[in-house]
Design a protein around this ligand. Structure first.
Ligand code: FAD
Length: 444
């Protein structure tokens, strides 16, 4: 790319694109290790972001980052998750305190504007040089193994950054994966979301007030996430074919019409009113074909996005940021170990999303729904399931054998109910069709 003579050129050790949870975490950790870290964030914090429910496994990392007290001050205490099915006349609540590892009994629901700002200011305090209102626009990988990124500030100023290493934490913009053309739609999953904040939603009482509630309905599921300050985040996650039925309706009307079809949620919202614009995100799942090269890593949503039903996104982004910092540090200080470090990063980056995906692909299956609604603790399977729901998927608790038993029980339940299992499989294949195929099948 040719460079305008007026363009400023600057250097750093590590350039981070994006100051969401992944970018701020990797920046804090690298700056603490003594690297010169520059972060480019195209927006200005505080800024709205969806993804408000955290997992218990995230809390020790918040401690390591030194922000646990700040997050506690803005967070709604979340001791568990409640599931509500239209086919059962009771609700099922999972308390994180009952998980295998009893040391992580709760998490938080957070407004991401506040949460992400805590993380980015922490990165600045740790020594990262953060440029807000500055968008990375193109990248070149040079023969001398450095990386050159062209960026533009809000005021039109252009800057070229030369770095030894690039961390792409650009979220669903997938800065590198899009440029490399290696972003692939997940053939096993496909969904979209419509969401907004409500005042006066009826919450659970007492300790359970901050629980996330998942309501299944005919076309997917809803989240109900109580936030501090009285607002409750409500979102519908549904299949592409159902989004097509919106036709002339506004996204707000579409959300309200669908809430009305879900009796349990409609009841909780009967005195509530919207206090935010309603937004929609095509949240089809994807992954990049690779997550690293010799001098770059992809972190969080910049690498892969899985369905948000288990509130795993922020945790995966932040643990990816921490693993990424260790990997980049090794690559820069100890090149002889770089290959092994990158391999470990690759393995760990794939492992977390895979652990959640097994459940995500099955969570709308009626047989799995029965398992969730009537969990039993044979061979400690309920504790293991809870550990997974808490995000404890990186070998903290020894849940492998119990999860194997759980999955085997699920397979046996399918074999014993072949008609139900077949219908569920057929419905799922139909539901996850990409939107173009839906349009061909149902021209409007
Ligand atoms: P992001 O948080 O998206 O941060 C990326 C940052 O990069 C942004 O600030 C962006 O402005 C910046 N950026 C992008 N491109 C550039 C560029 N070229 N130059 C400079 N800056 C750039 N997760 C949960 O844990 N719990 C939930 O309840 C949950 N619910 C969700 C519901 C929905 C509908 C969706 C879509 C997601 C949900 N998630 C949830 C997932 C969660 O939001 C993400 O996984 C998480 O935000 C990923 O963090 P990140 O740092 O990778 O990316």
């Amino acid at each position: 790319m040719t460079q305008d003579p007026g363009t400023e050129t600057r250097s750093c050790d590590v350039l981070v694109i994006g100051a969401g949870p992944a970018g701020s975490t990797v920046s804090s950790m690298l700056a603490r290790k003594g690297h010169h870290v520059v972060v480019l964030e195209k927006e200005h914090h505080p800024r709205f972001h969806i993804g408000e429910s955290l997992l218990p496994a995230n809390l020790p990392l918040l401690e390591r980052l030194g922000v646990a007290d700040e997050v506690r001050a803005i967070g709604q205490h979340k001791p568990g998750a409640e599931f509500v099915s239209p086919h059962h006349d009771y609700t099922q609540t999972f308390e994180f305190a009952d998980a295998w590892d009893k040391t992580m009994p709760f998490a938080y629901q957070v407004r991401r504007a506040d949460f992400d700002e805590i993380l980015v200011r922490n990165a600045q305090r740790d020594g990262a040089d953060v440029h807000e209102g500055c968008q990375a626009r193109s990248v070149e990988f040079l023969p001398d193994r450095t990386v050159r990124v062209h960026a533009r500030h809000d005021d039109g100023r252009e800057v070229v950054w030369n770095a030894k290493f690039l961390a792409d934490a650009s979220g669903r913009d997938t800065f590198l994966a899009s440029r490399f053309k290696i972003k692939k739609r997940n053939p096993n999953h496909n969904s979209a979301a419509v969401y907004g904040h409500f005042a006066n939603a009826r919450r659970n009482v007492g300790e359970a007030e901050g629980n996330i509630t998942i309501f299944w309905f005919d076309h997917g599921w809803f989240w109900f996430i109580p936030l501090t300050g009285g607002a409750t985040s409500v979102g519908m996650v549904t299949w592409p074919y159902h989004m097509k039925t919106r036709q002339g309706r506004s996204v707000q009307q579409f959300l309200l019409d669908n809430i009305a079809t879900c009796a349990g949620l409609a009841d909780r919202l009967k005195d509530a009113s919207l206090v935010s614009p309603v937004e929609a995100t095509g949240n089809f799942s994807y992954a990049a074909e690779r997550n690293h090269g010799d001098n770059y890593l992809m972190l969080g949503d910049a690498y892969t996005f899985i369905d948000p039903v288990f509130s795993s996104g922020v945790w995966l982004a932040m643990i990816g940021g921490e693993l990424g910092a260790d990997t980049i540090d090794t690559c820069l200080r100890n090149p002889a170990q770089a290959r092994a470090a990158l391999k470990r990063f690759d393995r760990q980056s794939r492992h977390g999303p895979k652990a959640f995906s097994w459940f995500i692909y099955r969570v709308t299956n009626p047989i799995m729904r029965d398992f969730f609604m009537g969990p039993r603790n044979i061979f400690r399977v309920k504790e293991a399931l809870l550990s997974t729901l808490a995000g404890d998927v990186y070998g903290g608790a020894p849940i492998g054998r119990s999860m194997f038993v759980f999955k085997t029980m699920y397979v046996i339940a399918n074999v014993l109910q072949p008609r139900r299992a077949f219908n569920a499989w057929r419905n799922r294949r139909r539901n996850i069709r990409p939107t173009e195929e839906v349009a061909q099948a149902h021209p409007t």
